[in-house]
Design a protein around this ligand. Structure first.
Ligand code: NDP
Ligand code: GDR
Length: 328
């Protein structure tokens, strides 16, 4: 019998990559769809892979517990992947309560729906390296203390501990992936990597001359979404649920990322990048660097895509999109 999975956040970057992976593995994939008046953009990321018609979509919202219970009861999935969130850190200072409601309480709603309606279902929570915030150890592992530095990170920390608590209190098969930043051509345009690769493509095509960014010195451990969704799936295949850091073990600055992206098309970032205060944050996470040793040892997981290859893939995808007048 084929397995069944329910993916919240199915229209996001990770939702698209994870759905593709699960379909390739023979799963029946269901997705939670937040209803929007702009229905024509719903399938953009899923259509990138040509898989929208293969996913059964259910209208629902992470803030609506009764709707979630109904959907979980109806599908009775083997695995639930909770990827939905207000995921943009910068916006979380402008919308702290919404972020808490969706990213924090929303995860609790999902856990509660599974506990009440189908407690045997395996549960994955999308935790985040942002929870480390003000860094307590130079390399972060599952044992590093957390110090969230944004409403987003505080909400994710609540969701993370609720997942641990549901595992320990109710014996649920609930695991948290503490994923470091991961990117792809399907990354939202507001995040710095995609903003850079889109900007580089526009400058290369003569559509624009400048790219305004915030803190160029921030450092991140950037991997590829395609690799990271494999780790999510592996976590739910383990007999015993647990929490895992998923990272590459290499950190580079926003400036370094820019240099790679501009360099890919034969341009120099100094000629085009300006620093704009508007993109600075009230509190910054200066540097993140993950230690994925536990994931390697227990899951057999390792990041496969070198940063340089990912940057090249993202710039090429943006060049192609702009030439074809596609929007994403
Ligand atoms: P995206 O921002 O691309 O996707 C977020 C998804 O959540 C979208 O499908 C969005 O729907 C959905 N969503 C938002 N609000 C609600 C709501 N109230 N009810 C139901 N669905 C909702 O995120 P990513 O794919 O990049 O990330 C996936 C998850 O992993 C997120 O939880 C993120 O916080 C977390 N994470 C991401 C990392 C990364 O580097 N990408 C690293 C660590 C954690 P819509 O399309 O309608 O907006
Ligand atoms: P982050 O990703 O906050 O790490 O959260 P983002 O790409 O937004 O920022 C990374 C770093 O780049 C700096 N920066 C800029 N950021 C943006 N967005 N725009 C700019 O112009 C800019 N200039 C510099 C930021 O200050 C920051 O230091 C992502 C999200 O996917 C979260 O959901 C996820 O949990 C974490 O990664 C891990």
């Amino acid at each position: 019998m084929n397995k069944t999975a329910l993916v919240t956040g199915v229209t996001g970057q990770d939702g698209a990559y994870l759905s593709k992976l699960l379909l390739e593995k023979g799963y029946r994939v269901h997705g939670l769809l937040r209803r929007s008046a702009s229905a024509d953009v719903v399938g953009t990321r899923l259509n990138w892979f040509g898989i929208q018609q293969d996913i059964q979509l259910h209208d629902g919202n992470l803030t609506d517990l009764s709707g979630l219970i109904r959907i979980v009861e109806e599908i009775r999935a083997d695995e639930v992947y909770n990827l939905a969130a207000q995921s943009f850190v910068k916006s979380s200072w402008q919308q702290p309560l919404l972020t808490g409601t969706v990213t924090g309480l929303g995860a609790a709603n999902m856990l509660e729906a599974v506990r009440l309606a189908c407690p045997g279902t395996r549960f994955y929570q999308a935790s985040s390296s942002e929870m480390y915030g003000l860094i307590q150890e130079p390399v972060q592992s599952e044992k590093t203390p957390f110090y969230p530095r944004s409403p987003y990170a505080a909400a994710k920390l609540y969701a993370h501990w609720m997942t641990v608590n549901y595992r320990e209190s109710f014996g649920m098969h609930a695991s948290s992936g503490i994923l470091f930043n991961h990117e792809s051509p399907l990354r939202g345009i507001e995040f710095v990597t995609r903003k850079i690769t889109d900007g580089v493509a526009r400058i290369k095509l003569g559509m624009r001359d400048r790219l305004a960014l915030g803190n160029l010195d921030a450092k991140r451990d950037w991997g590829h979404a395609r690799d990271y969704v494999k780790a999510m799936w592996l976590m739910l295949q383990q007999e015993v649920p647990d929490d895992y850091v998923i990272a590459t073990g290499r950190t580079v600055s926003v400036r370094d990322f820019c240099e790679l992206a501009f360099g890919h098309v034969g341009l120099t970032m100094e000629d085009h990048v300006t620093v704009d205060e508007r993109y600075m944050r009230p509190a910054e996470v200066d540097v993140l660097l993950g230690n994925p040793a536990k994931a390697k040892e227990r899951l057999g997981w390792e990041a496969e895509t070198p940063l340089e290859d990912m940057v090249a893939e993202m710039v090429e995808a943006d060049l192609l999109r702009l030439k074809r007048h596609e929007c994403l």
